[in-house]
Design a protein around this ligand. Structure first.
Ligand code: MOS
Length: 696
């Protein structure tokens, strides 16, 4: 018996607490005897600390301690190596945290950090990705555990024999995650137990990592992440801030608050790797693909391997008998890259969906029609049917809503005064996975219910979605349900990542609610609290392995100033097929948020690394431009009413990431349609358009 909460638009439960300031973020919890940590970054790229002089810093008013490799508490050796901070004098990349100053005020800690003197021995470094780098190698697998290379049929023969061929190389720069709330932690030790209030995407995972690093039983570590101001992947695992805060708190034997500065987010927390992607497509004259090859190059660090799955998107998106994908990596003297919204799929789709547009132009077929022609009911590499695949329906509905019909395919065919107008389209897809989770449901004598699951709400509306799911599963109005999330003391749950939070947590919540209803068969409130627990480890592990994806189609209209090359977005429209939508309000925010971030990737964001200093030149929000409201004139997101019973009990596919996949290609394709200029290296800035092909 469903009460119909799922599918209804509810405002975020914690909205009032957030707008009144009552909601507490990681470093906003009041703590007695608190002190403040300030992280000190290395000033060299590669080398060794030969001397640390803390005399001046320690003499500065309020400074309690300076931690460094010579005096910091020990943490266990082994992976993840990037978190074993302050353990050795070696410097692996510029910006690596090599000391922490702890003081009685934030200002005193900052001043102390300025006064720490560090001498280094330095060596030569390599920090820029090139396609002929001598260090290129094939990793054992790519994230999370995909094969590095795949091959079906005979790509070379298929490509050589085809009447139409596209061979193009696309480049994307480094992109930096900039959640509003930086990585931040309040750490406290009490009798050998560690309690952290930390900004992360999964308190259970951070708890496990801290327990390992500090050689503690997991129950001796508690991680609270009640409200989190964004993550986008960058807080997917424990990161430097929480480790430094825990080390510092242990060292000074009092609570420590440590928040990274905005500048410190550029690098040390990870970033989306730059990519160099060669895509080759071959087709019949009717636009049917016969051969596809996607060769992707990206970077990792010298301390930890991170192998972005850039070409994985191409493995299942469009059909063709002859196929090949490869990934190559280079270890550079840089911070380890990390997740950023749709890692792999997002940069990969920019390349593939741009190449498809180039093919559409070459064969003279409408780009929407070209994608429909190359749709497939079975996964092209696995040969198994998709649980549901509504790419074509998204393309058709998007085309209709956008007003695509009657588009003149000729580039530069529309002009309004100085503005050249163009439209572009791209497909999107993102895997619909689930992970094991636990949850409990409790019936109280007053007729209310408490549902507990260590989900994380990183600003997405996850708390509200779980509350809706719980109400329907319990068969009661949501007003009678209390939901508790964001604390490792709650039943263990996976991270808010990979677009699998809602699918994974709701699975456990529904099972716990069902178990509770079994216990309360007559439906009357119990005389004392009754609790039922669920753990989906076995059930999720036993899922049939049919390929499962969310899909989308993105349509974009741009205008390009014919004199200056300035690109402006007129409108952007996406239609998605992502299973059941739990809350239309927050779902829409996720989708248009992803699309906005994709626009940002297409037109603005670029991490510029200067090889001489091995550091990012632009490392603040003044110089690293992120799309703001004024850059988005009209944006619409729609979704199909999609039912897919193969997925999980809630029937959801996840919507956190599919919105960004394909956006950059749709923008680039629209810019080509407007100007006749194909930009194969993001971002699309005016300096790449001006003076090209008759502009200006
Ligand atoms: Mo997302 S990049 O999987 O947190």
């Amino acid at each position: 018996m469903s009460t119909g909460a799922v599918g209804r638009a509810y405002p975020r439960l914690e909205g009032p607490a957030k707008v009144t300031g009552a909601a507490r973020y990681a470093v906003e919890y009041p703590v007695d005897g608190v002190s403040y940590g300030w992280a000190v970054p290395s000033a060299v790229v590669r080398g060794r600390i030969t001397r640390i002089d803390t005399t001046q810093a320690l003499a500065s008013p309020g400074v309690l301690a300076v931690l460094h490799h010579g005096n910091a508490p020990r943490i266990t050796p082994g992976p993840p190596s990037e978190l074993r901070l302050l353990q050795e004098p070696t410097v692996h990349y510029r910006g690596q945290f090599v000391a922490v100053v702890v003081a009685t005020t934030l200002e005193a800690a900052r001043e102390g950090a300025r006064l720490v003197r560090i001498d280094y021995d330095t060596g030569p470094h390599s920090t820029v990705l090139t396609d002929d780098h001598p260090g290129l190698y094939a990793p054992e697998h790519v994230n999370p555990s995909y094969p590095t290379d795949t091959a079906e049929g005979d790509f070379d023969a298929g490509y050589a024999a085809a009447p139409v061929r596209i061979d193009a190389t696309y480049r994307t720069p480094a992109y930096h995650n900039n959640p509003m709330e930086p990585h931040a932690t309040t750490a406290q030790w009490h009798d050998g137990r560690l309690v952290v209030h930390d900004s992360n995407q999964g308190a259970s995972s951070v708890q496990a990592t801290l327990a390992e690093l500090f050689a503690l039983p997991p129950e001796s570590v508690r991680v609270v992440a009640e409200h989190v101001g964004g993550g986008f992947g960058s807080k997917g695992y424990a990161k430097a801030a929480v480790v430094l805060a825990a080390l510092a708190a242990r060292h000074v034997d009092r609570p420590v608050k440590l928040a990274l500065t905005r500048q410190q987010l550029f690098g040390p927390i990870g970033y989306r790797t730059p990519t160099i992607q060669r895509v080759r497509l071959a087709a019949d004259t009717d636009g049917r693909l016969t051969a596809i090859c996607h060769d992707a190059i990206s970077q990792t660090s010298t301390i930890q391997e991170f192998a972005e799955q850039t070409a994985v998107y191409t493995r299942s998106m469009y059909a063709a008998p002859h196929r090949r994908t490869t990934h190559r990596l280079v270890r550079l003297d840089v911070p380890t890259p990390f997740w950023m919204r749709a890692p792999g799929e997002c940069p990969g789709a920019y390349a593939l969906e741009s190449a498809l547009d180039e093919l559409a132009v070459a064969v003279g077929i409408d780009p929407v029609e070209l994608r429909i022609r190359n749709d497939t009911a079975v996964d092209p590499e696995q040969g198994r049917p998709f649980t549901t695949r509504n790419l074509v329906a998204c393309l058709r509905e998007g085309a209709q809503r956008f007003g695509w019909a009657g588009r003149d395919p000729a580039p530069r065919s529309r002009r309004e005064g100085r503005w050249l107008i163009g439209t572009g389209v791209a497909g999107s897809s993102y895997p619909a996975r689930s992970r094991p989770s636990a949850a409990t449901a409790t019936a109280r004598p007053d007729g209310s219910f408490l549902v507990r699951v260590n989900a994380t709400d990183i600003g997405t509306g996850a708390r509200t979605a779980m509350w809706q799911v719980a109400a329907d599963a319990l068969g009661v109005p949501p007003e009678r349900v209390e939901i508790r999330i964001g604390d490792s003391a709650l039943p263990t749950a996976p991270v808010a990542g990979g677009s699998m939070g809602t699918s994974s947590w709701s699975w456990a919540v529904i099972r716990a609610a069902q178990a509770l209803r079994e216990k309360l068969r007559d439906g009357t409130p119990p005389t004392s609290e009754v609790t039922a627990a669920a753990d989906t480890t076995e059930e999720v592990g036993g899922q049939p392995a049919l390929p499962r994806y969310a899909y989308g189609a993105q349509f974009v209209e741009v205008r390009v100033d014919a004199d200056t090359g300035e690109v402006r977005l007129n409108r952007m429209l996406g239609v998605f097929a992502a299973g059941r939508v739990v809350n239309p309000t927050t779902a829409r925010s996720q989708l248009i948020g992803g699309m906005t971030m994709g626009l940002s990737m297409a037109l603005h964001e670029e991490g510029l690394l200067d090889e001489r200093y091995g550091d990012w030149v632009n490392h603040d929000l003044a110089t690293y431009h992120i799309t703001g409201c004024a850059d988005v004139e009209s944006i619409e997101a729609y979704w199909l009413d999609e039912r897919d019973d193969e997925l999980n009990p809630a029937g959801v596919k996840g919507i956190g990431e599919v919105g960004i996949v394909g956006t950059a290609a749709a923008v680039a394709n629209a810019v080509h349609h407007a100007t006749g200029v194909r930009i194969r290296e993001l971002p699309i800035r005016l300096d790449k358009l001006i003076g090209v092909s008759g502009l200006a």
